[in-house]
Design a protein. Structure first.
Length: 157
């Protein structure tokens, strides 16, 4: 009987990259679906008040936000230290709220327009005068569904 000799070193077969595009697109799709983009860059400081009973909003696409608080440090020189209103990414006045709500309604389907909720994110140190003015403007444009954003109380009562 003869001996069989292997000539040279045994080479490994090449790695198949046929499924690599499938894996890349699957990961890309996963991150596109699970990632949310920050919609508004806050230019004011907000620490919402605590509440003992809170309820989460059902459909966040039907919510428009109005932010009220003191301007951040880089805006104090131009805007002062008094609480300011922020609509989307810009400082606004109380008189701008009506057109803002109309613009938000315009983005929705006809059937969803009555379901639009206005959420007020107001700093806990803000006086109620500016909140009352905002509510008066909302009443003028018939935006009667108002939500006050809060954080859950740390102690159970």
């Amino acid at each position: 009987m003869g001996k069989f000799r292997k000539s040279g070193k045994k080479e490994l077969p090449p790695v198949s990259t046929a499924s690599l595009p499938d894996i890349v697109f699957m990961l890309l799709f996963f991150f596109m679906v699970s990632t949310t983009m920050k919609e508004v860059e806050l230019k004011i400081n907000i620490k919402v008040p605590q509440a003992s009973q809170i309820k989460k909003l059902e459909k966040k696409s039907l919510v428009s936000y109005i932010y009220v608080g003191e301007p951040q440090k880089q805006f104090v020189r131009t805007m002062g230290t008094e609480p300011r209103i922020q609509l989307n990414d810009q400082f606004s006045e109380v008189s701008d709220i009506g057109s803002y709500i109309e613009e938000e309604r315009g983005k929705l389907d006809e059937a969803e327009r009555p379901l639009l909720t206005t959420s007020l994110k107001v700093d806990e140190k803000t006086k109620m005068g500016i909140v009352t003015d905002i509510k008066q403007q909302l009443r003028r444009v018939s935006a009667l569904k108002i939500n006050y954003s809060t954080r859950k109380s740390s102690k159970e009562e």
